[in-house]
Design a protein around this ligand. Sequence first.
Ligand code: GDP
Length: 286
Amino acid sequence: MTIQWFPGHMTRARRQIEAKLKLIDMVVELLDARLPLSSRNPMIDEILQNKPRLIILNKADLADPVITDAWVQYFKRDGHEVLTLDAASGQGTREIPERAKLLLKEQRDKRAAKGMNQRPIRALIVGIPNVGKSTLTNRLAGKSIAATGDRPGVTKGQQWIKVGTEMELLDTPGILWPKFEDQGVGYRLAVTGAIREEILNVEDVAYFGTKYICEHYWDRLAERFELEEPPQDMDNPNDVVEVMEAIGRKRGCLMSGGRVDLEKASKVILRELRAGKLGRISMERP
Ligand code: GDP
């Protein structure tokens, strides 16, 4: 899904989430574990106000586990509940209702003290496109995907999805936009495939990715493409392009006359990176 974000769309997206906040006890903020800050909405604190929030680092199966641990600590230091997840396989999803209860413990204890019944915790999933909102919703819904019917204050047609007996999700997640103003954010998102690279130049995106991987995961790149030497000077574009060309030659991305077709090479690099052929890679460090 590609969404063109204009100021009008952002305002509407924001209003849609703000309207739903009244219906819920907590928010599940979905981030991409490989680039948690770049996949985060720049106005998130303002939009969610003080709603209790569980941060989920999704696609953890693709991210560098050591870096993911560092991110978990980073968000914990900020006072958030954090969970890592692989929504695609379902790894970690079971823990969500437990964490939700922990997050809302104070509220729930108060209700219990007053002798009130505990009702299911109501939550809204929010995140930028492609971060895994639908996948997670389907995972949590499991086989028992069932609307619990209209409730007071709920717009007609608004459905709740039961997650076991203790949690309910609003069926349509909140879609947020990333921080477009920052060029690095755009490139990181494009490298991981979170935004379509056609928006940016494919060679630029591959260059950005190759440079980062040369800096942080050279051994993996060298092994995969049988490369000899890392770029002499990472800040010299020619040296990084030489690595891209070497990869292109290994993969037969040649034009007539034997020159490397850099566009083809770029596509190979991005495809293999996204498919996890270089192993678990994070594009951002705390
Ligand atoms: P949404 O736009 O936020 O609803 O994102 P989707 O749920 O449609 O997911 C976007 C893509 O990411 C899909 O191809 C999913 O299969 C994939 N995906 C979602 N979660 C995970 C995950 O935890 N690990 C991996 N490897 N892929 C995931």
